[in-house]
Design a protein around this ligand. Structure first.
Ligand SMILES: Cc1ncc(COP(=O)(O)O)c(C=O)c1O
Length: 474
């Protein structure tokens, strides 16, 4: 029997592919045998509540692949399937499951051409990590292996939690108790835990666009309704529909990629709204350590009297991206629920990493590194600003107050992709702003993100040398 189930959750393969795939599986599993007639396209279309054309396309697909044959007046029937060839060439090929082939959700990164200078967003500079001291600290952790042999179902290593409470959170105005903290594998992973927690309850999640869409996507992929909102000079601006959202994802200090700071009045309004609507706010504080013109405002979590804010912190920028260590600060009950999910997902967070970072924090290494990098990044930011003015005077941008990227608006007649193409020919990697939008709008087509975290002054000079005289390539 043919029992087609359509997946309506977006993003999903088009319906016709879902149908053809399920028929193909039924044939391969022997559920549908040679000569079995598939349901009439009209009948199946009515059953599934979709257009007949979609079913016809699915059947055509099956016929073109040899799984079915179709004759006028006789409908579509299962064909004679050739037996699996296990000798020769086919045996040598590496199989890839058809059902995994829909990968529209995957964002491909740029090639790793060693000679290319890349303005990759969201990366921190690793050239200045105090490696000698970091090695010593790691050696100290490994002096005693007792305790390393267990999984630990808890909210993180107590020493690291205490150190974060004492040395990290105060700089953001946050006071927390140990049971309000969970150590995770970074903010992206934290959002995955949260999405798993809230998915059964459904509802909507608001977020700013252009924005960092990888986090809200974790929620919409689990069935929450995405409620994109515009972003202006005061930060994200909730639409009427978004006001009733169950969750609000915000980056109050620097909204990515524009770098705007959520204004004090919007902060108050958001906290009030969350209280009134029984909603939660996810505060992604991913790079507030890097400020250049003024100290950052306290985190939203610092003024969270009603316990509505779930704060996401990370060591990706203060140390390095591949460390994969972050933390959540939230209501103890939320933390408890997340501990369970974290346990199911990964049996906790690496203990060695936690102990190592505790050492780095306690010896003051992280603070010293941050102070140094703030100066360094400010210098790089100013260097890029002066080159942009000189080389591309017609490009629009605001000097970022903090963070690690420029958000560039190209003139109306200039498409970002042509600039990116031209730059790539000169071995410079530029990033399109398109990934920060939900669809390819006119506005998105004219935006670039210039990340400078991973670049050195020398590379910045060289990149602009290579780019000078660049004109858009159609
Ligand atoms: C805005 C923003 N939020 C979250 C993340 C993810 O951070 P993590 O490396 O801790 O997963 C990034 C990554 O660069 C980011 O740019």
């Amino acid at each position: 029997m043919l029992n087609i189930q359509l997946n309506h959750i977006s993003p999903h393969p088009p319906y016709y592919l879902q149908i053809s795939e399920q028929v193909r599986q039924a044939i391969s599993a022997g559920v549908l045998t040679q000569g079995t007639r598939l349901p009439a396209s009209r009948q199946l279309a009515i059953e599934l509540g979709i257009s007949r054309r979609t079913v016809v396309t699915a059947y055509e697909e099956l016929c073109s692949q040899g799984y079915c044959v179709s004759h006028v007046g006789q409908g579509t029937v299962v064909a004679k399937i050739p037996t699996l060839q296990i000798e020769g060439k086919i045996r040598m090929t590496r199989g890839f499951p058809q059902w995994l082939s829909d990968h529209s959700n995957i964002c491909h990164s740029q090639s790793n051409d060693p000679g290319k200078i890349c303005f990759t967003p969201s990366l921190a500079q690793v050239n200045f990590l105090p490696l000698k001291v970091m090695r010593q600290a790691f050696g100290k952790v490994l002096q005693d292996a007792s305790g390393l042999g267990h999984y630990q179902k808890d909210n993180g290593n107590p020493a690291l939690i205490q150190t974060i409470i004492k040395h990290v959170l105060p700089a953001r105005g946050i006071q927390a108790e140990p049971d309000q903290v969970l150590i995770t594998c970074g903010s992206q992973y934290s959002s995955l835990l949260l999405s798993q927690l809230v998915a059964p309850y459904g509802g909507g999640i608001s977020y700013g666009v252009p924005g960092y869409l990888d986090i809200p996507r974790n929620f919409t992929l689990r069935g929450l309704v995405g409620l994109p909102c515009p972003v202006d000079a005061e930060g994200v601006c909730l639409t009427e529909a978004a006001c009733s959202a169950r969750l609000h994802y915000v980056m109050p200090e620097h909204h990515f990629p524009q770098g705007v700071t959520l204004s004090p009045s919007r902060r108050t309004a958001l906290l009030q709204l969350a209280q009134e609507q029984d909603a939660l706010i996810i505060e992604d504080d991913y790079d507030s350590e890097f400020y250049y013109n003024r100290h950052p405002l306290p985190a939203l979590k610092a003024g969270d009297m009603g316990g509505r804010v779930i704060y996401l912190g990370t060591f990706s920028k203060s140390l390095f991206n591949s460390l994969r260590l972050g933390y959540i600060v939230a209501h103890p009950e939320i933390i408890q629920r997340l501990v369970e999910i974290h346990w199911q997902f990964s049996r906790g967070t690496s203990l060695v990493l936690q102990l190592w970072v505790t050492e780095l924090l306690e010896t003051g290494l992280v603070d010293r590194h941050l102070r140094r990098m703030r100066t360094y990044y400010r210098h790089n930011r100013d260097l890029i600003a002066s080159h942009l003015k000189q080389v591309f005077p017609e490009w629009g941008w605001q000097l970022p107050n903090g963070g690690l990227q420029f958000w560039v608006e190209l003139p109306q007649h200039t498409q970002a992709k042509s600039i990116i193409h031209g730059a790539a020919e000169r071995k410079v990697g530029l990033w399109s702003g398109v990934q920060s939008y939900e669809c390819h709008t006119q506005e998105a087509a004219h935006r670039l993100i210039l990340g400078f975290g991973a670049l050195t002054p020398l590379l910045i000079e060289q990149a602009f040398d290579r780019l000078s005289g660049l004109s858009p390539i159609p």
